[in-house]
Write a protein of this length. Structure first.
Length: 205
């Protein structure tokens, strides 16, 4: 499958159609687990930095994916250095990330493996055809209280090759983040990550 070919998107949609519900559940259940865990912590939710939230949420999404896709015909999971990739047949490789903004672009780690994945040049299938590398990602709403959009993207060098594929029509979470008790003298707010300087290495989103 030629990734730059417009038909490549249609082929991926057809291939992943039966798996979109499972992918949606990976994100939705991980978000529920994150909120349940957050509610058990003393103090304000604002004490958790966006970077820490992204790292923990990634680990939860990864755990959900490994469990939910285990034993699924035609799907294998491989993890190297905490870099999880799902392989769908000999055609598609998919990993999980957090989208930075409504453009649905992601932060690129500086590791050799992550760079190769983002450049569509990591590895080949058993048929010696290059695998199409996709990202299944989530976007939080403006207040970072809910999942706003879940989508699958295909990019090279940070630029989208296709129109993003929505997961279950972009179904959003209706679960809200727990707030601090009203008795506190100062109500904390969850700030946007837009002004936070992002690290170039080590963050799993």
């Amino acid at each position: 499958m030629k990734i730059a070919d417009p038909q490549g998107r249609d082929k991926c949609v057809q291939l992943l159609r039966v798996h979109t519900s499972t992918l949606d559940n990976c994100f939705q259940e991980a978000w529920k687990r994150w909120l349940a865990w957050l509610s058990t912590l003393a103090g304000s939710p604002a004490d958790i930095t966006p970077r820490s939230r992204a790292n923990i949420l990634y680990d939860m999404i990864k755990a959900e994916a490994i469990e939910r896709f285990a034993g699924t015909p035609g799907v294998t999971a491989r993890e190297e250095r905490r870099f999880l990739v799902l392989y769908f047949g000999d055609t598609v490789a998919l990993r999980f990330k957090k989208f930075r903004s409504k453009t649905l672009r992601v932060s690129q780690n500086r590791t050799r493996q992550a760079t190769a994945y983002g450049q569509q040049e990591l590895e080949y299938s058993s048929t010696l055809e290059p695998l199409t590398h996709l990202v299944a990602g989530y976007l939080l709403d403006d207040l970072e209280l809910n999942l706003e959009r879940l989508a699958i993207t295909c990019s090279m060098g940070g630029q989208h090759l296709w129109e993003p594929i929505d997961i279950l029509d972009g179904k959003a979470s209706s679960i809200t983040v727990p707030r601090a008790p009203q008795s506190e003298s100062k109500k904390p707010t969850v700030r946007s990550t837009a002004r936070v300087k992002r690290p170039t290495t080590g963050e799993k989103e």
